[in-house]
Design a protein around this ligand. Structure first.
Ligand SMILES: *Cc1c(COP(=O)(O)O)cnc(C)c1O
Length: 428
């Protein structure tokens, strides 16, 4: 697989290099120079998820990874089910939150971790690999769990002390082994600034083999395209489906577009956002205006400048084609709560706020199709309990860590704090 940077088309790299680097030259993101076309989609849809994903994966990166390596990557990464819930009347919920950290980000993070694990093995001791990431909650948990005990890879996660939920904190600061977590005296922006400064420091960056694991990494997107095939497979015989995608950084949507470019037949996409509506506004008006994010109930989608938008633009080439291919819907917090209540009262279905945004958006477009359910409702227990008047039990993954003591290291937000902590970590 060959990729180019959307910031500098002369920056051409292999998939392995793109996975190790994260972002491309000129401040761009990597995109494939060509997309494999499937020869027999029906035969592929007939396969079980893991087998189908291996086959898809071979078509993308079979030139860089052996069949044995791909088998190992896929079977280690995808160890959990993808239930399709039929709510009647043509409305389906594709539950992507049955992984270890109860959000769909487990798919991309676990696939990326296995890919880097193979690359680390090949490189031996020559080039260390250190995942350095700042998190406001979901991403840190998915990444820490995915890379936990992957040989040859160290993980450092920064988060703002006291500003993530106690459960979120316990989910990724209690792992140990190759996962080191830092509770920063500051806010999320401070964490991001500290991480960026380390990436920009050539000596640190090379010395530690720093890599980011956020959604700009192509390895994460590739894996996410596989569950669109699973959804289509589960609904075979019921016609092509409209997909409602609860969106923030638009990685999930980009993955869906890649699946259709490979030849997956679907009816279309609805981009569902909360009040952070820069993409729906663009689809409506043709003008793209990023702006600071605003806080909403579906906080994992509070993004004012979606990083994957330029990938979507690059896929379509011109804005008019893009605007006719995707429908946008904006769902307010009040409408999100109403959607959660309706799902519960009409179907007994518990949805997290993000999934509820997707359902509200699909209903405006006729209500028939597939909503991608991005997080387990218990991950947003406060909002769900308060909106529905319930007391959600904690699922096993959360209950297990609820009483543990967070094992993070304190860190100030001074410019020298993180480099010093990294050096100390390498010496130990
Ligand atoms: C990250 C996230 C989203 C948004 O996904 P994007 O790929 O950034 O558009 C939606 N819901 C949940 C629960 C998330 O964690």
């Amino acid at each position: 697989m060959e990729l180019f940077s959307t910031g500098d088309a002369s920056d051409i790299v292999s998939f392995s290099e793109a996975a190790l680097r994260g972002s491309g030259a000129g401040g761009g993101l990597y995109m494939p120079t060509s997309i494999p076309r499937l020869k027999d989609v029906q035969a592929l849809l007939a396969l079980p998820f893991v087998e189908r994903s291996k086959s898809l994966c071979r078509q993308w990166i079979g030139d860089e990874f052996s069949e044995g390596e791909i088998d190992e990557i896929i079977t280690s990464a995808f160890t959990f089910p993808i239930p399709m819930v039929d709510l009647g009347g043509g409305l389906h919920i594709c539950e992507l939150f049955h992984g270890p950290t109860l959000a769909f980000k487990d798919f991309g993070a676990r696939f990326m971790a296995q890919v880097l694990g193979v690359l680390a093995k090949r490189q031996g001791e020559r080039r260390p690999i250190t995942i350095l990431t700042a998190t406001s909650g979901d991403t840190g948990a998915a990444v820490a769990h995915a890379f936990y005990k992957v040989p040859g890879v160290s993980v450092c996660v920064l988060y703002p002390k006291g500003r993530i939920s106690p459960l979120q904190e316990r989910l990724f600061t209690t792992l140990g082994e190759n996962v080191t977590t830092f509770a920063v005296e500051g806010n999320f922006d401070d964490c991001q600034r500290m991480v960026k400064a380390c990436f920009a420091d050539e000596t640190l960056s090379r010395g530690f083999g720093l890599t980011s694991a956020n959604s700009i990494n192509m390895a994460r997107l590739l894996a996410q395209s596989f569950y669109y095939f699973e959804a289509a497979s589960a609904l075979q015989g019921r016609g092509e489906q409209l997909f409602a995608v609860p969106s923030g950084n638009f990685g999930n949507m980009t993955a869906g577009l890649l699946a259709t470019r490979m030849g997956l037949p679907i009816k279309g996409f609805v981009a569902a956002t909360n009040a952070n509506d820069v993409v729906p506004a663009f689809l409506r008006t043709g003008t793209y205006t990023p702006r600071p994010s605003v806080a909403t109930l579906s906080n994992a989608m509070d993004v004012g400048s979606p990083s994957n938008f330029e990938r979507i633009r690059a896929l379509f080439g011109d804005d008019d084609t893009l605007r006719s291919a995707i429908k946008g819907e904006v769902v307010t917090d009040a409408q999100t709560r109403a959607s959660m209540v309706a799902l519960y009262e009409d179907h007994g279905y518990l949805a997290c706020p993000h999934t509820a945004v997707g359902v509200a958006a699909l209903k405006r477009r006729g209500g028939k199709g597939v909503v991608l359910a991005t997080a387990h409702p218990a991950k947003f227990k406060e909002v769900v309990d308060e909106t529905l008047g319930v007391d959600l039990p904690l699922p096993e993954a959360l209950a297990k860590v609820a009483d543990l003591t967070p094992g993070s290291h304190p860190l100030t937000s001074s410019p020298s704090a993180l480099p010093e902590a990294l050096r100390a970590l390498m010496r130990s």
